[in-house]
Write a protein that binds this ligand. Structure first.
Ligand code: 3SK
Length: 500
């Protein structure tokens, strides 16, 4: 049976409903469908064929969403990358994806040109070089009708990039089925997404967590997404929330912390929000509590990955447990394994394995990493977890971040959670450093504005809360921690800085 993501998520919906809000524009499903068709015709004319890759290097816009669906509609495979990369990074992605067409805008065009991109389709009013194509003018003269390619649920449709802790970024290769199953199991099964929902995401659309929750899952029920080109800041988000009155805020812990710390926080009207999701990295319990106190918007904390397509463990509205990433999303089973692969009883910490309907087929071009990570529909996550007696999962960091201190394993995340619980601390990361040949935990701490505390006071705080061997032997104060554009702590960058 044929199945096409664009037909399913755009064409099928009542045309008069609002699909996207962007600036002063309200784009209906009918308008989006017409733009998708025009853009699909343009991509076909530029030579894109079924199964070939289209690379999106764009800031968020209605056109971003339209070209994504346009590529889907003609049976191509979409791959999105960050919109602020250096030419050498784009050169890597161009070579790796072998994209037939690269879609750029004014902000990404110079670096893509320098990276040697060919067949550039450029959105916006930009002076073009020979061989580059103007999206706006080609779309204006393209037909608004387009027959969908006869793809199926099992055809590869989506590449989601993962950075991982080592090596170059790799694409997790997904069939269309991953998107549909995630929509049904997480968006419907957990978030209970409804027609009258309006979703606003903190991360940008190049992060699958945000793209799916803004411009895929809402479309499955005729709901709307809000898109905006700027990078998120607390004050911008406050104004967008008051302007668009979203019902769901798609958030990451770093931004939750920034929103709480913002002097305007107390006066913001967040009453439109029925829930906020948190993912991307673990949400420290203390941060969750602070959010509850300041905003009172229920936080649905969960964990997902590009490898699993989307979120596979999550809290559910009305049954949230602070400090836990919740339970299995319906349709997924999770096991915690010991060092020899044996299933561990509740309460013990081991590595998490997840089986479900959305696990990627492979890392493109990396059979060894594929073999280490994927086993049919099972994913070895490399994350450390324990499960409590009620079936809630608790995260203890990445297995490869574990430190062995005085012969005993220590999870940096445990020390980080404890220090973030101190009122003077807004952000913290712990890594292992070698002192006199021995590994000791060093905490890099960001203090709240105007707060003052000494390193010894923070060590004492940790000593009173944690097992004796776990306190950070060193505390250094930093103004900020390196984070990826997806809001995740960039431990590799931190290690580089700390090593200097
Ligand atoms: O955290 C992630 O990496 C992620 C990736 C894809 C979809 C959802 C999430 C949370």
């Amino acid at each position: 049976m044929t199945f096409n993501l664009a037909t399913h998520f755009v064409d099928r919906l009542p045309g008069e409903r609002t699909a996207l809000l962007c600036g002063d524009e309200e784009v209906t499903y009918a308008e989006l469908a017409a733009l998708v068709n025009r853009a699909g015709n343009v991509l076909r004319d530029l030579g894109v064929r079924s199964g070939q890759r289209v690379l999106l290097a764009l800031n968020d816009s209605v056109e971003f969403v339209a070209v994504w669906y346009a590529a889907q509609k003609i049976g191509a495979v979409t791959a999105e990358v960050y919109s602020f990369l250096q030419p050498k990074d784009y050169a890597y992605y161009l070579n790796y994806t072998e994209a037939v067409v690269v879609i750029a805008d004014a902000s990404t065009l110079p670096a893509l040109r320098e990276a040697g991109a060919r067949n550039l389709l450029v959105i916006g009013d930009v002076a073009l070089a020979p061989g580059e194509h103007s999206f706006d003018s080609l779309v204006a003269s393209a037909p608004a009708e387009l027959e969908a390619a006869p793809t199926t649920l099992d055809d590869v449709a989506i590449w989601k990039f993962t950075t991982g802790s080592t090596g170059s970024p790799k694409a997790c290769v997904h069939p269309a089925r991953s998107a549909v199953e995630s929509f049904e199991r997480y968006a419907l099964g957990v978030l209970d997404l409804r027609e009258d929902d309006r979703v606003l995401a903190v991360p940008k659309l190049f992060f699958g967590y945000a793209r799916d929750l803004t411009a895929l899952f809402p479309f499955g029920v005729g709901a709307s997404g809000v898109v905006f080109p700027q990078r998120s800041t607390a004050s911008l988000l406050f104004s967008l929330i008051e302007r668009y009155r979203p019902t769901i805020l798609v958030n990451v812990p770093t931004m939750m912390s920034a929103m709480i710390a913002d002097p305007a926080a107390a006066g913001v009207d967040m009453s439109s929000l029925r829930l906020a999701t948190s993912a991307g990295e673990a949400l420290p319990s203390e941060l969750h509590r602070k959010w509850d106190n300041v905003f009172g918007v229920p936080v649905i904390d969960g964990i997902g990955s590009s490898e699993a397509y989307h979120i596979y463990l999550s809290n559910t509205p009305g049954a949230q447990r602070v400090g836990s990433l919740g339970r299995e999303v319906p349709g997924y089973t999770a096991r915690i394994l010991g060092e020899t692969g044996e299933a561990l009883p509740d309460g013990e910490i081991g590595t998490l394995e997840v089986t479900g309907p959305t696990i990627a087929r492979e890392y493109h071009g990396d059979p060894e990493k594929t073999a280490r990570t994927f086993h049919g529909d099972t994913l070895r996550t490399g994350d450390l977890f324990s499960r409590d007696a009620d079936g809630y999962f608790h995260h203890h960091g990445r297995a490869d971040d574990l430190l062995k201190v005085s012969g005993v394993f220590v999870a940096p995340s445990e020390i980080e959670d404890c220090l973030i619980g101190h009122p003077a601390v807004v952000d913290c990361a712990v890594l292992g450093v070698t002192v006199d040949g021995l590994v000791v935990p060093r905490a890099c701490v960001v203090l709240a504005e105007g707060a003052s505390v000494t390193a010894d006071e923070l060590k004492d705080h940790a000593r009173t809360q944690l097992a004796k061997h776990k306190y950070p032997r060193e505390v250094v104060f930093v103004t900020e921690l390196p984070r990826t554009a997806n809001g995740k702590l960039d431990r590799r960058a931190l290690r580089r800085v700390e090593a200097q």
